[in-house]
Design a protein around this ligand. Structure first.
Ligand SMILES: Nc1ncnc2c1ncn2[C@@H]1O[C@H](COP(=O)(O)OP(=O)(O)OP(=O)(O)O)[C@@H](O)[C@H]1O
Length: 640
């Protein structure tokens, strides 16, 4: 039988396993059992959703069979099984969820040293971990709904064989032929029932199907009726099937009895993450709808989070039976990063997906969970700021998008979770923190939009506001402008861009002063407008600038930041989404004096100056120059 070759990355992982010097090889059992449990979950799920013969739930189980003579450990399940194609696909290639490249990339991104043993240590490595302890692995499987059975066998990285075989029942059997003992490694221990019992208790206790093994027990023989005074009890050894795990899922246990480590191990195992979650929300709700929920806030976005492949949702169980793998209706879009399970006996096992969506219970649970998630996030924000900032870095954009989406329907809920960079504190602050610090007489919540904090700190139009001692929020992400627009106001104070005309209240004298300067410089302003034509709506004397000579602002509903955003996401149609630009000039600046002189004495030069100031304003605003080469020529010409 010709050997088939593994796909390249599978071969690498396999090599890693075979040559592993990793000290926790025992985790292979956890991985194999976890796959078996998933397979039974899938079967119950399929039986529910696809109908067919009724499933005998009481028979669902995982069996361990150690055989010291043959030196094999067998793990058997009566789960969904695999077809020939699935055997090839799933075991010949690394499953998508466990892509080695991804794990490596993330390891590098997170600065985790990328030595092979570390990779094994950090991640759930799945099926191939069997090769840490076994020379040969044989998988015999019959898929649900199929009469055929297939055997997949491999003795290592040189390939695998796939042959047709007989198997009476649906499910999978994995036979691991253990490696010979070596000085540093005792593989025979995995044939001992007490080691296996210990490992199941340690890693797989919560698996909600029985993990059974035949165990030897010593029993006292019945006392014979004629036993005399000097009778000594006699013992016999009997072999009995025993369930090794308590089967109580973690979420069914009281919170006080679950250790953080258990929560974290469950998370990492179940969701294939190498990093502990930031937080666990364990809910046991009683009342109109009774349910248990265990939700996790991940510390980083999964690799496919921003792709179409990512599906939000929580696993939904009814009395320990999985009825839906990713129940999207349990999580609002803005909390789509949350992972976890919900278990409620209020759902019928046979409920269809469509029916489920409309049940009142589901809506009640979803609404409660939304509150719990928000509550936990606020708690982190208040008590564990570092963790919250980690969360914010990973999922802040999601929250911002949540504020803006559905016409701002969720803004009340989400606004407390927002963080923005503070000009005063030099760090991220919440809006509540900003408001608590607002100065006497400060009417607005000030913000400035731009590419990055360093540039915003130098923004000429922010100078006057900073001088007043007012804090400015620096908004550097794409959705930010839309977020403040959607919020409009908070706690009775509206948001105000530092480059708004009315950013600072003016006294009558100040108003009169600006009016006077505008009149005095009317000819210069008209000249600039004429020179720049349609590129600007107006040239005006600035109320915003203090020491700077020029800046660009916008009139009308579209701000410069919005223009930039549209340009980026939809350049085709962005032409219609242009802000009406206003060139603001500071008549007290040296540059303006030079312009004024030139208007009077050398109009050609004045035109060049007007162009120069316009381009500078574009640069400061982070807007693209329409004609960079022309601008460079202009600067060179003026230097002559
Ligand atoms: N006992 C089993 N019954 C049915 N299918 C199985 C069984 N064991 C493994 N598989 C299939 O093989 C695939 C690969 O398993 P593997 O453990 O390598 O990866 P995974 O479980 O998908 O991901 P990870 O372990 O990284 O979370 C599984 O996704 C599953 O489809």
């Amino acid at each position: 039988m010709a050997k088939k070759q593994f796909k390249a990355e599978s071969k690498r992982l396999l090599d890693l396993m075979i040559n592993s010097i990793y000290t926790h090889k025992e985790i292979f059992l956890r991985e194999i059992i976890s796959n078996a449990s998933d397979a039974i979950d899938k079967l119950t799920y399929k039986a529910l959703s696809e109908g067919g013969a009724a499933l005998d739930r009481s028979a669902l189980q995982i069996t361990l069979i150690p055989d010291e003579a043959a030196r094999t450990l067998t793990v058997r399940d009566n789960g969904v099984g695999m077809t020939k194609e699935e055997l090839e696909q799933n075991l010949g290639t690394i499953a998508k969820s466990g892509s080695l490249q991804f794990k490596k990339d993330m390891a590098q991104a997170e600065g985790i040293p990328e030595s092979d043993t570390d990779i094994i240590g950090q991640f759930g490595v799945g099926f191939y971990s069997a090769f840490m302890v076994a020379d040969t692995v044989t998988v015999t499987s019959r898929a649900w709904g199929s009469d055929e059975a297939w055997r997949w066998e491999s003795s290592g990285a040189d390939g695998y064989t796939l042959t047709s075989c007989e198997k009476a029942d649906v499910g999978t059997e994995i036979v691991m032929k253990l490696k010979p003992d070596a000085d540093e490694e005792d593989y025979s221990q995995y044939l001992k029932t007490y080691t296996l019992e210990r490992l199941v208790k340690k890693y797989s206790d919560y698996i909600h199907y029985p993990i059974k093994m035949e165990v030897e027990h010593s029993h006292e023989k019945p006392r014979p009726a004629d036993a005399g005074e000097d009778y000594k009890p006699e013992y016999e050894t009997v072999r009995e099937w025993e369930t090794l795990n308590s089967m109580v899922p973690l979420w069914q246990r009281p919170k006080s009895e679950v250790k953080t480590e258990e929560y974290n191990d469950f998370y990492k195992e179940k969701y294939g993450d190498w990093e502990d979650p930031l937080s666990v929300i364990h809910v046991s709700a009683e009342g109109t709808v009774e349910y248990k929920a265990m939700l996790y806030l991940p510390a980083h976005a999964p690799f496919d989070f921003h792709s179409r492949e990512y599906q939000k949702g929580l696993q939904l169980y009814s009395s320990g039976v999985l009825i839906m793998d990713k129940c999207a209706d349990l999580l609002p879009e803005h909390f789509r990063f949350v992972k976890g399970v919900v278990d409620s006996q209020d759902f019928s096992l046979n409920i269809s997906r469509e029916m489920l969506q409309h049940t009142r219970q589901l809506k009640v649970i979803a609404a409660n969970l939304e509150k719990k998630i928000k509550g936990e996030l606020l708690r982190l924000q208040k008590d564990e700021r570092e963790k919250y900032e980690t969360f914010w870095k990973a999922f802040g954009t999601q929250i911002k998008v949540g504020v803006v989406s559905d016409y701002g329907a969720h803004k009340e809920l989400l606004q407390d979770l927002l963080l923005f960079w503070s000009s005063k504190e030099g760090k991220l602050v919440s809006l509540a923190e900003y408001q608590a610090r607002m100065a006497e007489g400060q009417e607005f919540i000030y913000y400035a939009c731009g590419e990055d904090v360093r540039k915003l700190e130098k923004l000429p139009q922010a100078e006057r506001i900073r001088d007043k001692g007012y804090e400015i929020l620096y908004l550097t992400e794409e959705p930010d402008q839309f977020v403040v627009d959607a919020l409009g106001a908070m706690g009775g104070k509206s948001f105000k861009s530092v480059d708004s005309d009315d950013a600072l209240p003016e006294s009558d004298e100040e108003k009169a002063e600006i009016e006077k300067k505008s009149q005095e410089n009317k000819d210069v302003l008209d000249f600039v407008k004429q020179t720049l034509g349609d590129r600007i709506k107006e040239a005006r004397v600035s109320k915003l600038l203090k020491s700077g000579a020029v800046c660009m602002t916008a009139d009308g509903p579209i701000t410069l930041e919005m223009e930039k955003y549209f340009q980026k996401v939809d350049p085709e149609n962005a032409r219609n989404m242009k802000a009406q630009r206003v060139l603001e000039l500071n008549p007290d600046s040296g540059a303006f004096a030079a312009l004024r002189d030139a208007v009077e004495t050398d109009p050609d030069k004045a035109k060049q100056y007007a162009e120069l100031l316009y381009h500078q304003a574009l640069l400061i605003a982070g807007l693209p120059l329409e004609d960079p080469a022309g601008y460079t020529e202009l600067v060179c010409a003026l230097m002559k």
